[in-house]
Design a protein around this ligand. Structure first.
Ligand code: ADP
Length: 221
């Protein structure tokens, strides 16, 4: 099943192209890593997929079943700054609150199941600000997961994580990928840290879309 298809996608800010002529297709349970240097358009592309920015030309089609509000998003600079006065439970519940208008339909089960999947249910009463970097990132992933169990979009989620928290986080993503599609922007793609089955490179010197194995072969040629 096709989850997302981009055809000749271009996005221009004024006279400057963030990206040009991007075409790629994602199937259900693909795990796509988007790579490229700073300023190559990675975050802009995520915003296009999320429907927050309209492409200048070209099309991006999301699977009909996958309505826009069913995308879980972990932005690069989440609004929850370290001093944000909220409990872990409240942070995760904010992932779903914008999906429901009535408090009576508050989706408690989605929140509890996301906390459980990310193994942070025992932290749910703690203040978010007191957590370690690795724990915070798991909580923010739970928040994204509470919003969607179909598609997760993550913008450089391993930034600022130490080596073992990063490995731990990647293992969790690999487990989640058994049942959902993941799109992740990363700077962190070396041979020790290969994750996912597909790669989209926005590097103008090495444009690429295809399998991770083909990408590795290409960069070693
Ligand atoms: P990346 O995520 O790969 O670092 P971005 O998508 O943030 O790249 O930015 C791509 C290009 O678009 C950069 O040159 C950036 O300066 C420019 N850009 C990003 N957002 C805006 C904006 N809101 N207005 C104008 N230019 C922007």
């Amino acid at each position: 099943m096709t989850i997302l298809q981009a055809k000749k996608l271009c996005l221009r800010y004024g006279h400057h192209y963030a990206f040009k002529d991007l075409s790629f297709k994602l199937m259900d349970k693909d795990f796509l890593c988007i790579v490229g240097p700073n300023g190559s358009g990675k975050t802009t592309l995520l915003k296009c997929i999320l429907g927050r920015i309209k492409p200048t030309s070209g099309t991006i089609i999301l699977n009909n079943e996958l309505k826009k509000h069913q995308i879980g998003y972990l932005p690069q600079n989440p609004i929850f700054k370290p001093a944000f006065p909220a409990s872990v439970y409240e942070v995760v519940s904010m992932g779903v609150l914008n999906q429901t208008r009535l408090l009576s339909r508050y989706p408690k089960t989605k929140i509890e199941s996301a906390l459980k999947t990310l193994h942070v249910e025992n932290l749910s009463h703690l203040q978010f600000s007191t957590l370690s970097g690795g724990q915070r990132q798991r909580v923010l992933l739970a928040r994204a997961l509470a919003a969607s169990t179909n598609l997760l979009i993550l913008d450089e989620p391993s930034n600022n994580l130490d080596y073992s928290s990063k490995q731990d986080f990647y293992n969790t993503l690999t487990e989640l990928n058994d049942s959902m599609t993941i799109i992740m922007v990363t700077h962190d793609l070396d041979h020790h840290n290969l994750i996912g089955n597909k790669i989209l490179s926005l590097n103008p010197k090495l444009p690429f879309f295809g399998s991770t194995n083909d990408y590795v072969r290409r960069i070693h040629d």
